[in-house]
Design a protein around this ligand. Structure first.
Ligand code: FAD
Ligand code: UDP
Length: 400
């Protein structure tokens, strides 16, 4: 698959039925579906020098496949998403497991039956476990904020332990706030699991890693006669939003536009910047086969970083004598600083600001914001894919 670098002089947007801004999941899924279903000629504009958005992976200097923008583990309950993505990759059967380093002891997260026994001892842990089963049922997921509401002394003891040792310090590092101060859906992503399944995504029917990596998956998705991909192109250089039109190179563009970047950037942040958290990712290659027992260890009671990921353990790549790890240091995102806006901050005033930007584009029938940035959402890869499939369904309907 060949990609163009920059826009050739004489690039003519009117030769394309659709312009897609961003070559991550949201953009690539729409590009492929519209090319296939409607025979659209599609131009994908991507400001990085690579496709795959935050899911981008590549070989580092030691030849180890790393995830440049943080560890990405595919998992989904959505059969349609799985079927679509499986057209472009085979999957390894990797099942992600995470241990929390709690004052030096490694315990499974989500906190589960095993963790209870490690934290409280076999006998007491078992009694507390039975209490959880009697209260919530077996193989159930209980968000920590829900567990904290229970008035039973045993359950309070478990909730206090998990809150203090799994969530409090990690969440302070990640968000600069306590778990009570952030949207409960965020800590709800890692609920206490009442059972023995020690996978990070217990019960998710489809999980694994793309056998040849994420970038290869994108290469295949974008490899279509009707799709042209232009790398190193910031769409803001040619795109302008007015109250009635989307202008490309100063002329009203009549095709469809799928936009997957941040909405505030399109307007020069004129209503204020949408707040994000960013991560400083520190990679290190070590002269040893393996650094830690599982692919990710969360540091929930100590350190300034949140977690260490070891890529070979998730990709299954065999490279004797070397391994690459990565530490994540969270912080506030500063627009224009060159940092990456990784996590939308789901607070009411930010969502209101987002809606103000969103209103400005809602009258433009050919302009479609979609994806983790453009929708200002905390989406996993499968949820973004699902959102892009739904949007492309709508566009397909209007053109058939
Ligand atoms: P992105 O991947 O951000 O793609 C948007 C693209 O648009 C980018 O390539 C960007 O360069 C481009 N762009 C933006 N503005 C412009 C412009 N003006 N001109 C041209 N191009 C532009 N999900 C999981 O399912 N499992 C995981 O384990 C997981 N781990 C994660 C770990 C971290 C640290 C982070 C931050 C996210 C993780 N995710 C995970 C979520 C996953 O990264 C996202 O769901 C997914 O990448 C979002 O795809 P997207 O297309 O919406 O956005
Ligand atoms: N979290 C925590 N301790 C953990 C794991 C998660 O406090 O050991 C909280 C934290 O607030 C985090 C959120 O749960 O931001 C969601 O975690 P997840 O692993 O889903 O985050 P992501 O992989 O998206 O960074």
């Amino acid at each position: 698959m060949d990609y163009h670098t920059g826009l050739a002089a004489g690039f003519d947007a009117s030769g394309y039925d659709m312009i897609v801004v961003g070559a991550g999941y949201a953009g690539a899924v729409c590009a492929r579906r519209l090319a296939e279903a409607c025979g659209f000629r599609v131009a994908v504009l991507e400001r990085h020098d690579h496709v795959a958005g935050n899911a981008y992976d590549c070989l580092d200097d030691a030849g180890i496949l790393i995830h440049q923008y943080g560890p990405h583990i595919y998992h989904t309950y959505n059969d349609r998403v799985h079927e679509f993505l499986s057209r472009f990759t085979d999957w390894s059967d990797y099942q992600h497991k995470v241990l929390a380093n709690i004052n030096g002891t490694l315990m499974p997260v989500p906190f589960n039956h095993t963790s209870l026994k490690l934290a409280f001892g076999d006998e007491r842990g078992e009694r507390l476990y039975q209490k959880l089963v009697d209260t919530f049922g077996a193989d159930k997921k209980v968000p920590i904020m829900e567990l904290r509401d229970k008035k039973d002394p045993d359950l309070e003891e478990v909730a206090d332990y998990v809150y203090e040792n799994v969530f409090l310090h990690y969440t302070m590092k990640q968000w600069g706030k306590t778990p009570d101060q952030i949207d409960p859906s965020i800590t709800g992503r890692v609920p206490v699991f009442i059972g023995d399944d020690d996978r990070y995504f217990p019960q998710a029917p489809h999980q694994g890693m793309p056998k040849e990596g994420y970038t290869k998956l994108f290469d295949r998705m974008l490899d279509h006669d009707l799709i042209d991909v232009f790398l190193g192109v910031d769409a803001r250089d040619i795109l302008e939003i007015t109250s009635k039109h989307v202008l490309v190179d100063g002329k009203p563009y009549l095709g469809e536009i799928v936009y997957t970047g941040p909405l505030d950037e399109l307007f020069g942040l004129d209503l204020g910047a949408l707040p994000y958290r960013t991560l400083d990712m520190q990679f290190e290659t070590l002269d040893q086969d393996q650094f830690q027992p599982v692919a990710t260890v969360n540091y929930t009671t100590s350190e300034d970083f949140t977690r260490i990921s070891e890529f070979k353990l998730m990709t299954g790549q065999v490279v004797p004598g070397k391994t690459t790890i990565m530490r994540e240091y969270p912080g506030a995102y500063e627009p224009g600083s060159g940092q990456t806006p990784y996590y939308a901050i789901l607070e009411q005033q930010n969502l209101d600001l987002y809606q103000q930007y969103r209103k400005r584009v809602s009258g433009l029938l050919n302009f479609h914001p979609v994806g983790r940035l453009a929708e200002y959402r905390y989406y996993d890869m499968d949820a973004v894919t699902s959102s892009a499939i739904e949007l492309s369904d709508e566009i397909i309907r209007t053109h058939s």
